[in-house]
Design a binder for this molecule. Structure first.
Ligand code: GLN
Length: 248
């Protein structure tokens, strides 16, 4: 299963977020502590999205292990942002290993990531996919469960549903259609982060002006806490709300 993180706070380099911590996302790509559902390492791709200014985010995604790409290491050293979403991928068996399958998925200001798997793929998703505009299906980034989850969330965002509710409704409907799915999602627009725990671990560290949500704590410093299973977190850099998914 993938490992992902989202950060909001004072501008920091991608290097400080992804590479420097003792149990960084880089290290989690080859020595994760908490893999579930059969994966061992996260070597099938990686991606990072950040906000260079007031405009939309920029992404860098590759279908190769993060440790094998010298460009991301160079880029990370000189790139700073106050909002970042990043992931390393362990592809579910049978799913394509291409750049476009690596999170974050994006539209406008939104960045999205999925850690987990949709059970019974693709048959279990036929009823939910059939409710999407055909155009969305024809323009999916890639035929993976994660890309379809993004299309389901995005459809609600486009319809004006509040972001936390859009994520909560998607998790609830997919969990009903495909029981046993693991649906840890991350969504950000650079101002707020929405995160779910549905089948996987998620840790949170909040200070007065920053919040970091990550599949695994990236160091042993105090301040990390586990988000309980079945919860949705809505966080800004200065405020965190956490409630059971179905109450949003
Ligand atoms: N199922 C998704 C994929 O294959 C996410 C995998 C994961 O969380 N490891 O892309």
């Amino acid at each position: 299963m993938c490992r992902h993180l989202a950060y909001l706070g004072p501008p920091t380099t991608l290097r400080e977020l992804l590479f420097d911590p003792p149990h960084s996302l880089l290290r989690q790509s080859w020595l994760p502590r908490d893999m579930r559902g059969g994966g061992t390492i996260n070597a099938d791709g990686f991606g990072v999205g950040w906000y260079p200014g007031d405009g939309p985010p920029v992404r860098y995604r590759r279908a190769q292990p993060i440790w094998s790409d010298p460009t991301i290491a160079e880029l990370a050293a000189v790139t700073s942002s106050g909002a970042v979403l990043a992931a390393v991928r362990s592809a579910t068996v049978g799913m394509a290993i291409v750049d476009a399958a690596a999170a974050p998925f994006a539209e406008g200001r939104w960045l999205f990531s999925h850690n987990g798997v949709v059970r019974g793929w693709p048959d279990s998703m036929v009823p939910l996919a059939a409710a999407l505009p055909v155009r969305d299906l024809l323009t999916l980034d890639v035929a993976t469960d994660s890309a379809l989850l993004w299309a389901l969330v995005r459809d609600r965002l486009r319809a004006g549903v509040a972001p936390a509710r859009a994520v909560a409704e998607t998790v609830t409907s997919v969990a009903t259609a495909a029981p046993g799915s693991r649906l840890n999602l991350l969504l950000t627009d650079g101002q707020r982060v929405i995160a779910t725990t549905a089948g996987h671990a998620l840790s949170l560290r909040a200070t007065s002006d920053a919040v970091l949500l990550a599949s695994e704590p990236h160091d042993d410093e105090p301040g990390w806490r586990a988000v309980p299973e079945g919860h949705l977190v809505l966080a800004t850099a200065s405020e965190v709300r956490q409630q059971p998914i179905e109450t949003w």
